[in-house]
Unconditional design. Structure first.
Length: 453
């Protein structure tokens, strides 16, 4: 199959990302994925694995860890989700997305195996995410890479990535999200995420609620490293374009490390990545290596600056915890003086009023609501109404592109446009702004080159 045919085949599979909140949705059966991987020759067993889960910060932590491994001279496979602009971003070698031709070949191989198995009695079709995970495992085995950094799609215990046995597991934090699948309380969610910890593995735990510790200890990891006890941020200061950090790991201390990411929480994510790397190698990393790796870390769509006049920020905030972190980071790093316009789109299942409150929407001169490019989108008019109920001036746009035009015009040269809510919105905004910057957009109010990367 060519890539178009391969993606069309993939889209004929049930996609949990598009169905959350749908009453017909069923939690996947991990045995189906295990059986399928066995038929593929268990490629997930051919590469050492570091496995990551948590409510927020997974992708940033995975990218930081991959950069640390690359700085040690390793070839690194990275599997993350969701993607921002292209599905290729989910499967990376040395942080470069899989090329179109290789992705088509990988999906074709999965399709051939699935077709063969479906001819047998009792065989089940994979879902969309399982197909992609299988393709990723094959990619990493075929390269081959020296280590795979795997981000869980959702939860942990029954996730498709959990067919791999990570020697190191990382749990970033536990907050309420996807409660219709993972359970109604933080304890339920913690139990599900603890399911990635395999016997004998080292667990790097970024969650600091001691009431949840027994849920992780119950998985009997080989080693449990706790934030605040075994490792910590000794200093986390605002710097030009990012953070300046002093870090303590179980084996060493690192001072004056510069990280070019916005948001206090990104220092926390980098610390988790550094401790995971130390656990993987069984010893601390060299100071110079940590410094150089940190300076190269990028996390697209996470408080990412993509324009200056006006200041344009992209930040996915998919739950209340993420929204609160975002609003605190924007206040600390960009101040309150800029005329702020927000572009916001959300998926169903989110309380728009609560999310907008957590995002400090009342500080915006205008909230421009837009639909997320997903079947699960909340209507833009509903989000706009929720903003008005909080006392905000708000309008609804028909698309992300239209919302950006309105926001850029309203913000003017000296204002700020904050694009937030669903990562689907952030990804679409990234694409649209790239089109505008190339001179192919319709922005009527200003020179599009002003917002180019």
């Amino acid at each position: 199959m060519n890539l178009g045919e391969a993606l069309a085949w993939l889209d004929r599979h049930q996609n949990l990302e598009r169905m959350l909140g749908d009453p017909v949705l069923r939690v996947p059966n991990p045995e189906r994925m295990r059986r399928f991987m066995y038929q593929l020759g268990d490629p997930q067993k051919s590469v050492p694995v570091v496995h990551l889960t948590g409510t927020n910060g997974k992708t940033s932590t995975a990218r930081a860890l991959s950069q640390l491994f690359m700085s040690k001279g390793l070839s690194v496979g990275t599997f993350t989700s969701p993607h921002l602009e292209r599905i290729n971003e989910r499967i990376m070698a040395n942080l470069e997305p899989v090329p179109d031709e290789e992705l088509a070949e990988l999906l074709s191989g999965v399709a051939l195996m699935e077709g063969s198995l479906l001819e047998r009695a009792g065989a089940e079709r994979l879902n969309w995410f399982e197909c992609l995970a299988a393709a990723g495992f094959n990619f990493f085995a075929d390269k081959p890479v020296d280590v795979a950094v795997l981000e869980v799609g959702m939860g942990g215990r029954w996730d498709a990535t959990n067919v791999a046995d990570g020697s190191v597991a990382v749990i970033t934090n536990i907050s309420l999200d996807h409660t219709e699948i993972l359970g109604p309380t933080r304890a339920h969610i913690a139990r599900e995420k603890a399911g990635i910890v395999k016997p004998g593995a080292t667990l790097v735990l970024g969650e600091t609620d001691p009431d949840l510790y027994p849920l992780f200890a119950g998985e009997q990891p080989g080693t449990l490293w706790l934030l605040g006890r075994d490792f910590d941020l000794e200093s986390n200061e605002l710097a030009v374009g990012g953070r300046l950090m002093d870090l303590r790991t179980p084996g060493a201390s690192y001072e004056g490390v510069y990280l070019p990411l916005h948001g206090r929480y990104q220092a926390h994510n980098f610390l988790l990545a550094l401790v995971a790397a130390e656990a993987f190698f069984g010893k601390p990393l060299e100071q110079d290596l940590v410094m150089s790796a940190a300076a190269l870390v990028r996390s697209p769509g996470r408080l990412e600056v993509v324009g200056q006049h006006p200041l344009v920020l992209l930040d996915g905030a998919k739950n209340l915890a993420g929204a609160r972190c975002e609003s605190a980071a924007v206040a600390e790093e960009f101040g309150e003086g800029l005329r702020r316009v927000m572009v916001v789109g959300m998926l169903r299942g989110k309380d728009a009023g609560e999310m907008l409150l957590a995002l400090d929407a009342s500080k915006a001169e205008l909230v421009v609501a837009c639909p997320a490019p997903s079947p699960r989108t909340q209507p833009a008019q509903d989000v706009a109404e929720a903003a008005r109920a909080l006392g905000c001036r708000a309008v609804a746009a028909a698309s992300v592109a239209e919302a950006l035009e309105v926001a850029l015009r309203e913000a003017g040269e000296d204002g700020m446009v904050l694009v937030t809510g669903s990562l689907y919105v952030v990804g679409e905004a990234r694409s649209v702004l790239g089109v505008f910057a190339s001179g192919r957009g319709r922005a009527e109010s200003s020179d599009p080159a002003r917002w180019a990367h």
